[in-house]
Design a protein around this ligand. Structure first.
Ligand SMILES: C[S@@+](CC[C@H](N)C(=O)[O-])C[C@H]1O[C@@H](n2cnc3c(N)ncnc32)[C@H](O)[C@@H]1O
Length: 259
């Protein structure tokens, strides 16, 4: 009921019909990677609701939507983002250009929406243009629960730590939380520090940290993933799970989103 109430109020059935499509822009710039980890997590959890914190131009969200559709799932993906960029995007000249400022404001939301419409995912993907803390407060008011939560907003230690702490209570019982950029030590150490507080082991697959919740413990631990008790470095794992399946997922992804 809590989730139904949230969607009825915030993303009613005509949400996308009310968007002025003449203002939307398609834009391929993306931070998305490790498609096979997303695919595996969606197959494992079969989520009804996904919360993504940090969406940029929507490529990770739209990839998840594509996988959900392939799996016959009617998943709704709530994308929390200020759509105003992170500190590092404002600092780096190349990234600043990627925000395409108009009247002093990034046009990331227009690009997120343009990509979502172009990919045919308006039944699945819903942008919530709030900062992570405000969105978490809103979710608490509705007692919203998500089956999969992906953390990919600010990458400073305190930001990652606080995001995990704020979003962990929103997970459903069978839910799984994961996050990007384990290769960045601040992200990895924050993921390990909060895992200790919560008493959950950390699984590492490619660049993703994943909290081993009971839902995952019941599933097979795929080859190519590791359980870590502390951060002791990172090196890329070039495939995840069954190599043949991984190659198929990657080829399929490349076919849909030219890189
Ligand atoms: C690395 S990008 C996300 C990339 C995206 N997941 C993908 O794979 O394409 C980080 C995003 O986090 C957003 N962000 C940073 N700090 C935030 C905050 N406190 N609340 C909400 N969004 C935030 C930025 O606007 C940016 O779009």
């Amino acid at each position: 009921m809590a989730n139904a109430e949230f969607f009825a109020d915030i993303f009613p059935a005509d949400f996308w019909d009310r968007i002025d499509r003449t203002k939307l822009i398609e834009d391929r710039h993306s931070f998305f990677g490790d498609a096979e980890v997303f695919e595996w997590l969606i197959r494992t959890t079969r989520p009804e609701v996904i919360v993504e914190l940090g969406s940029w131009k929507g490529h990770s969200a739209n990839y998840m939507a594509d996988v959900c559709r392939q799996q016959g799932l009617n998943t709704k993906i709530i994308c929390v983002d200020t759509f105003n960029g992170s500190a590092e995007h404002w600092h780096d000249p190349g990234m600043r250009a990627e925000m395409h400022l108009t009247n002093g404001r990034p046009t990331i939301l227009e690009r997120f929406m343009g990509n979502t419409v172009a990919r045919g995912n308006t039944d699945h993907v819903f942008p919530l243009p709030l900062d992570g803390k405000t969105a978490a407060a809103l979710f608490r008011m509705y007692e919203l629960r998500a089956d999969l939560i992906f953390i990919d907003a600010g990458h400073e230690y305190e930001m990652v730590r606080d995001d995990i702490r704020a979003y962990w209570p929103l997970l459903s019982e069978r839910g799984v939380m994961f996050g990007d950029d384990y290769q960045m030590w601040m992200t990895a150490v924050a993921a390990h520090d909060v895992a200790k507080e919560l008493n959950v082991p950390v699984m590492v697959a490619m660049r993703k940290w994943i909290y081993m919740t009971p839902a995952l413990q019941q599933a097979m631990l795929p080859p190519g993933s590791q359980i870590r008790t502390q951060f002791d470095g990172w090196e890329i794992q070039h495939h995840f799970g069954d190599p043949e399946h991984t190659a198929k997922v990657v080829a399929d992804y490349r076919g849909r989103v030219p890189m």
